[in-house]
Design a protein around this ligand. Structure first.
Ligand code: V47
Length: 375
């Protein structure tokens, strides 16, 4: 097989040689080091990173690009935490400015999808002091009683004094929780975490929650909130911790880099990352996280066209139909004020990038392969 990166592609400089050596490692399916990852961020050109990441993406998935049919329930934006990047949450003292859905209102959202072919509900929102584990277990049970086939992906942070993480996880799993989304990871490194979300669970706590889920045979995702005050070294540190846990458990499905959006939050003075930076981040994630099967671009946050572009930078999943059921990103300033795409639009978006659209379930089971169907 012809190497994708002939050495003539690089200058004769030492940096060129180092980049060529990283490309050689990737070609031999060898793991890259933290130093390699840092060098890719610091010195890799966009075209180099894109070509390298794409070679891995195509080795793993060919042209297949996944999407799913999902909707969100956001029970509340009232939250005990005060993360500075968040445009969405309201403290309990200001709960009159936020929303708190009742059990019936949440079940009505589920019922509004009766007869529609959605496969996943993503439950995400603030950590409300009065919505406890019992309340959510009851919600899970009621959702499953109404629609047993719906995969429930939910919760990013546990805050329950009465139960430890292992018992809490088992309790929610038995009530119907199928998997955990990737939120709450932000940036693990304490130097950054203390500045952006000091009161949230720390890195070890987050990793422990996900390890506990994996030990209960639940899959989870992992995110990284990038493009604010963190350095490249912090991004590599974040991905290293995820790669290590994945070596141990194999329970992560997808890595989702989340671009920091700066509208109406305490960090509005911090400029947002450029598109080049966004694509570099996807590419380095694909190259560095050799044990993560999937890299996802969350289109409601990144925008449709940029998500389409990311399919050439290592991404093989663009999430789902969403159906205007999430506010986290529209409140933070994403271009998508009412994020919703129907299946046809998702399929077209993927085909326009000359990739093969495949509808998946949450755990990447193929629901429908559109690649052989006529445009
Ligand atoms: O942890 C909050 C992020 C996350 C902002 O697992 C922001 O499939 C950018 O986890 N700018 C929650 N990001 C959402 C989440 C998620 C989203 C999509 C798919 C999945 C999945 C999980 O949203 C938070 C935080 O990192 N976030 N505010 C902001 N201003």
């Amino acid at each position: 097989m012809t190497p994708p990166f002939p050495r003539t592609m690089f200058t004769s400089s030492s940096v060129g040689n180092e980049l060529a050596a990283i490309a050689d490692k990737v070609r031999r399916n060898e793991r890259i080091t933290d130093e390699d990852g840092l060098l890719l961020f610091e010195k890799g050109s966009l075209s180099f990173l894109g070509t390298l990441a794409n070679s891995i993406r195509e080795k793993l998935h060919g042209d297949t690009t996944y999407f799913n049919r999902n909707f969100h329930i956001e029970p509340t934006n009232v939250c005990v935490f005060s993360c500075h990047f968040c445009s969405y949450s309201r403290l309990y003292a200001h709960r009159d400015e936020g929303w708190e859905l009742t059990m019936e209102q949440m079940l009505d959202i589920v019922k509004s999808y009766d007869g529609k072919p959605v496969t996943e509900v993503h439950v995400v929102g603030g950590v409300h002091p009065k919505m406890n584990l019992e309340f959510f277990a009851e919600l899970m049970r009621k959702i499953k009683a109404h629609r047993p086939d719906l995969h429930i992906k939910g919760f990013t942070a546990f805050r329950e004094a009465k139960m430890n993480v292992a018992d809490g996880m088992k309790y929610l799993h038995e009530a119907g929780l199928d998997s955990l989304p990737g939120g709450g990871a932000e940036i693990f490194h304490p130097d950054i975490r203390v500045q952006i979300c000091a009161d949230k669970v720390d890195a070890d706590g987050w990793l422990n929650i996900h390890e506990t889920a994996h030990l209960n045979n639940m899959h989870t995702n992992a995110t990284m909130l990038y493009g604010h005050i963190e350095s490249y070294a912090h991004r590599i540190d974040h991905m290293r911790r995820l790669r290590e846990l994945q070596d141990k458990t194999g329970g992560f499905n997808t890595f989702i880099p989340l671009k920091f959006r700066n509208k109406e939050n305490d960090m509005s003075h911090v400029a947002e990352s450029t598109l080049v930076e966004d694509m570099k981040t996807y590419a380095v994630a694909r190259i560095y996280l050799d044990n993560f099967p999937h890299i996802k671009a969350y289109w409601p946050m990144l925008g449709r066209q940029n998500a389409q572009l990311s399919l050439s930078f290592g991404v093989n999943d663009i999430d789902g139909t969403i159906d205007d059921t999430t506010k986290i990103y529209s409140m933070a300033g994403s271009e998508e004020q009412t994020p919703s795409m129907n299946t046809e639009q998702l399929v077209t978006l993927i085909r326009q990038a000359r990739r093969k659209p495949v509808e998946r379930g949450t755990l990447y089971n193929v629901i429908r392969d559109y690649s052989e169907e006529v445009n």
